[in-house]
Design a protein around this ligand. Structure first.
Ligand code: PLP
Length: 394
């Protein structure tokens, strides 16, 4: 037996997962490889499972009080992970999933009709959320230097001078797999101050940097920056707890926090606390360091397998250089396949289910995103199928 921190694949028997069982049902392919939906094929860590079982055993699934331990666990985690020392009681507010948190943050930081800058390609829900809130999306394309994506401050400045009110970043960034460095973040922060705009930072992938890569929250750069920032956090991606529908924000500006809570009230969310999410977070932040170290190592290994395989066997496609997340962002444009058809063709011919880059805004057309948080066997099989696909189309 291991120490409860080892990485284990879930036993698929009897499961109903979006990435696997649903896709099998949708496509009818029993041999398909699900690499789309953003969760992991690894079991969530044992201490989290224990915490959930302990809650269930006590039998109270009514309204809970949020224990101080919740705030302490977040405080200590942010300090340990990022050197960010916040007053947790005043600066944290729990909510349901990240999208709900983002909804209230957008409500507080902007008004209908305001322009919001996002760095594309980015998770398709950013634009969807902006549209649903009757705000206007301004796409600021990321640039690639030596295969590695970065932010172009000149392009950002052009977006801000068009009158944008909010910069919405994703750190680490889905889908390009970058944890922004203090220097990159400082460039964003400087422009935010110069143009007096607010920042929304989706840090849902913050725990999933590769070994040796540090995660820096933009709000940790200075108190001034923190005062104009709302950071969206969760255990969901890092500890594979997306189904618990729990997230929290960090907002050190008391006025922002007051307005945020009022916005939650207006959606009647303040008292609908997710008890499993609360206790899962405490277990995750207190007792799962060993498991997380294993995940980070495995994700780097899987990413490297994909990058090396493509370089060696499929040179006509290229994988963006990543330092975090479980995404391999792959440029398939040289194949000349209609981007509208790319995902469908891969699905039909090779039974690989990727995420379609087309949905990620400017710079996403002709790309696919593969979820690497799976078995080494699946990774190799997917690469062989991808090679076969490229040979047929090359
Ligand atoms: C960047 C980003 N933010 C938020 C979410 C949603 O997170 P959650 O399911 O924890 O609410 C996702 C899911 O893929 C994501 O990629």
């Amino acid at each position: 037996m291991g120490d409860g921190q080892e990485l284990r694949l879930v036993d698929p028997e009897g499961l109903c997962r979006l990435k696997w069982e649903y896709e099998q049902y949708r496509t009818g392919y029993d041999d398909m490889i699900g690499m789309g939906t953003a969760d992991m094929d690894y079991m969530s860590p044992e201490p989290i499972l224990q915490a959930i079982m302990d809650i269930a055993r006590r039998g109270h699934l009514g309204y809970p009080m949020i224990p101080d331990e919740y705030y302490d666990a977040i405080h200590d985690w942010l300090l340990r992970q990022a050197g960010w020392d916040i007053n947790a009681m005043d600066s944290i507010c729990r909510n349901s999933g990240i999208y709900i948190s983002a909804w209230s943050a957008i409500d507080v930081l902007t008004k209908p009709g305001d322009k919001i800058v996002i760095f594309t390609p980015v998770h398709f829900c950013f634009k969807r959320m902006i549209d649903m809130n009757h705000r206007v999306t301004i796409e600021c394309p990321l640039i690639q230097i030596d295969g590695r994506y970065t932010i172009n401050p000149d392009a950002l400045e052009a977006c801000l001078s068009s009158g944008a009110r909010l910069i919405w970043i994703c750190n680490p960034h889905n889908p390009v797999g970058r944890a922004w460095t203090p220097k990159e973040l400082q460039a964003i922060a400087d422009l935010a101050e110069r143009y007096d705009v607010q920042i929304l930072s989706d840090d849902v992938y913050s725990g999933l940097t590769f070994p040796g890569v540090k995660y820096t929250p933009i709000a940790s750069l200075s108190k001034e920056i923190s005062y104009r920032t709302v950071t969206l956090c969760s255990t969901s991606k890092t500890f594979n707890t997306t189904a618990l529908l729990h997230s929290y924000i960090v907002a050190e500006n008391p006025e922002t926090m007051k307005l945020y809570k009022e916005s939650m009230d207006s959606l009647d969310l303040r008292y609908s606390t997710d008890i499993m999410g609360i206790y899962a977070l405490i277990a995750a932040y207190r007792h799962c360091d060993g498991w997380l170290a294993n995940v980070r190592r495995q994700l780097q290994k899987n990413y490297q397998t994909i990058a090396d395989y493509c370089q060696e066997h499929i040179p006509m496609i290229s994988v963006a250089k990543a330092d975090s997340t479980y995404f391999a962002w792959i440029d398939m444009r040289k194949l000349g396949i209609n981007p509208q058809q790319l995902r469908y063709e891969l699905e039909r011919e090779e039974h690989i289910i990727p995420e379609n880059g087309l949905r990620s805004g400017k710079g996403g057309s002709g790309f696919i995103r593969l979820n690497t948080a799976t078995s080494e066997e699946n990774i190799i099989n997917a690469m062989r199928r991808l090679e076969h696909f490229c040979r047929n189309h090359g």
